[in-house]
Design a protein around this ligand. Sequence first.
Ligand code: CO
Ligand code: CO
Ligand code: CO
Length: 345
Amino acid sequence: METEVKLTKLASCAGCGAKVGAGTLVKLLEGFKSHTDPRLIVGFDKSDDASVYLLDDNTALVQTTDFFPPIVDDPYLFGQIAATNAISDVYAMGGEPKLALNLMCVSDQMDKKTVQEILRGGYDKAYEAGVIITGGHTINGAEPIYGLAVSGFVHPQKVLTNSGARPGDVLILTKPLGVGVLTTSAKAGMVDKSVMDRIYAQMATLNKTARDIMVEYDVHSCTDVTGFALLGHSFEMAQGSNCTIHIEVEKIPYHKEAYELSEMGFIPAGAYRNREYAQAGVTVKGDIPRAMQDLLYDPQTSGGLLIALPAEQAEECLARMQEKIPQARIIGYVTEPVDNWICLE
Ligand code: CO
Ligand code: CO
Ligand code: CO
């Protein structure tokens, strides 16, 4: 539904594009002292998707949060996308999400109906994921913001961090790129509604199916591709794993409309931030058009999973995914460190 209030007009930046750049974040957190706990399996020191805390031999708690300004005018859809995106970090750890709390900022221009539709979108999407929203916290502020704090569970031996990739692994990406370019261009009225409907549906698609299939294989590493873009998140995976990630650019799934807009220079600010953050770690081999490179730095809101698993299992895993996620692709492979953290080829 559309209400009289244009949600995206109330926000200065959209979706994961509002994320503080990875480079800036590193500087802001520099020198911050944190404590350790022997039960904390994944914590503050790692730039991972969620924290993981050991409860007993068979259970670890996964906790994460994500929230952002509207990326779409339809409040119900905004709620769905925000929830899909927040829950995704539990899937990226290999976990099963179970409980969530709403985080919301309401601006003066938002009426009751708009607020309720956002919350309903979040609630319904969470429920689809098997998650119950049990409450939350709402504040007043200049811009609308919505998201969730999500808790889930994972077997302590089955935690998937973004730092476990190994030489010999192959990389699967489960959603096509171009979301940042398209949502930014849509604000300027540059994109057909039918195209945006496809993008909105993609952003509101849970990574549950991809997660449920991947956990049946010996996955070594996983992260979801969101605000830091494919290359930002790959960079973190490569560094954390002390491996080189090779991306075979012609295999990357992307929206062709995003490529066309990228060629015309419609690049969101977040893409420049991501390039600044990661490009020293990226070696470009061969002739890869600038428009394509920009898509690799394009911030994705509610993007897909990036999964590293042994080459001998990758084809079967991908085939099973493609039955339900036709756009999933093998996009590269992992080796011992050579040249640089990421190699575009
Ligand atoms: Co994430
Ligand atoms: Co996140
Ligand atoms: Co992970």
